[in-house]
Design a protein around this ligand. Structure first.
Ligand code: FAD
Length: 399
């Protein structure tokens, strides 16, 4: 069946999914949607996956069933995009080439496993992809179990290192510390030595963030008995230890690396304008340079509002999706494009069970209330997609 406007969206993260949902409403749009995985992974809920509050089904949405409900004009294909020929308007996947009239690049970012840190890739974990987060979750639980087994004999401490004290590093550290504390106290186990070390390259954690959020997060981490090593960085790893730039060597059972992000592999191949860190440069309408029919949104693009850099988050990725889908419809209908005015609407930092700190529309809230707000936001986001996915699933099985 031919509908008219051939639109390709690459990447089923926060920005890609929202774009597809918006554009699917117009039945003249023929949308082909690619992701290398069959699911949308909610990275913002990774901390709950690791601490066993949620299983993997609760932090992911099946893209096949989701798209089955969006309409016949949407086709999801589980294919990795390997290149794009912008002059011929073709997307090249591991399987074949696809033509587009309009293209949205929404491939996100990945953990930057810095080559110069010896042993980093071999001995540390990232949480930006679901399979790695799952592996880490299982390893964490297994390590706690091993300590229980050691009761009555040797009880060596379990040493966890988190490198990188940005939003994801801080959330994961707090969640693990809080989970382990609850786990040991609830179960009355004798062997319960757990050391969690957070390594921060700058003097303070959450560099550049609102001082209120920094202060609250720091207090919470210290209350949870997390050791913070500041103004130092990881320089090398072995299976059992981490060496820091200040010369200190820390014992390590496992390490999470949250020390930086880079664009996903596809972006490196594209001959488009990029910044020094290889993220795509885009204009105020979210188009890449030179190709007005090509948009880049979410973590893979560098966003400025006037001259102010807007840090990449799921909230920003979703706002970009709204502007991008509106501008694709404006192009199709020969209307003037909309200039974006995207700003962070707020920040909510989960800091272990029952506690979060936040700044939403300029208002600061911490404690259980902020934690409940975070849960509600996560629930609303998931419920919308899950509704489509459930309906799509019943459509497929009735066929
Ligand atoms: C632990 C953690 C906690 C976080 N907490 C928060 C938070 O509390 N609040 C917040 O706002 N943000 C948070 N973030 C940041 C947020 O998750 C990201 O900003 C957001 O995921 C970016 O969305 P995106 O659509 O750009 O990319 P992603 O969500 O990363 O999605 C990109 C998609 O593209 C696919 N893809 C990549 N390359 C290809 C290819 N070549 N072919 C096909 N498919 C491809 C991937 O499989 C993926 O599905 C957190 C991140 C982490 C890691």
């Amino acid at each position: 069946m031919s509908y008219g406007n051939k639109i390709i969206v690459i990447g089923g993260g926060y920005s890609g999914v929202k774009t597809v949902v918006h554009l699917a409403n117009n039945k003249n749009n023929e949308i082909t949607f690619f992701d290398k995985n069959s699911y949308h992974y909610m990275q913002t809920d990774a901390y709950e996956l690791i601490s066993n509050e949620k299983d993997f089904a609760q932090v992911s949405v099946d893209l096949f069933t989701l798209c089955a409900d969006l309409g016949e004009n949407v086709c999801f294909a589980k294919q990795e995009v390997t290149d794009i020929n912008f002059d011929k308007k073709q997307v090249i996947t591991t399987i074949q080439r696809y033509h587009y009239d309009y293209l949205v690049i929404a491939v996100g970012s990945r953990t930057k496993f810095v080559e110069s840190i010896k042993g980093l890739k071999e001995y540390s974990h990232g949480v930006k992809v679901l399979n790695r987060a799952m592996y880490f979750k299982q390893k964490f639980e297994m390590s706690l179990f091993k300590k229980v087994q050691e009761s009555g004999t040797a009880c060596k401490p379990l040493n966890i290192v988190v490198a990188g004290a940005g939003l994801s590093g801080v959330e994961i550290t707090a969640e693990m510390a809080s989970f382990a504390k609850e786990f040991y106290s609830k179960n009355n186990f004798l062997c319960r030595k757990l050391n969690i070390v957070l390594v921060s390259s700058s003097e303070q954690i959450l560099k550049g963030m609102d001082p209120y959020l920094v202060k609250k997060s720091l207090k919470r981490l210290l209350d949870l008995k997390v050791t913070i090593k500041s103004q130092t960085r990881v320089v090398s790893l072995t299976k059992e230890s981490v060496t820091l730039s200040n010369g200190e060597v820390i014992s390590m059972d496992f390490m999470i690396f949250a020390g930086g992000i880079e664009p996903n592999g596809l972006i490196y191949k594209l001959k488009l304008d990029k910044n020094k860190r290889n993220f795509l440069n885009i204009n105020e309408y979210l188009q890449v340079q030179r190709y007005k029919e090509v948009f880049a949104i979410g973590d893979c693009a560098t966003l400025y509002n006037k001259d102010k850099f807007i840090a990449p988050t799921a909230d920003v990725a979703e706002q970009m999706a709204e502007v991008c889908s509106e501008n694709i419809m404006n192009l199709i209908n020969h209307r003037e494009l909309k200039r974006h005015n995207i700003k962070s609407r707020g920040i909510l930092i989960a800091l272990g069970r029952g506690y979060a700190t936040s700044r939403i529309f300029g208002v600061h809230i911490s404690g259980y209330l902020a934690y409940c707000m975070k849960k509600v936001i996560e629930k609303i986001y998931f419920a919308k997609l899950d509704r489509h996915s459930k309906k799509g699933c019943s459509k497929i099985f009735k066929m």
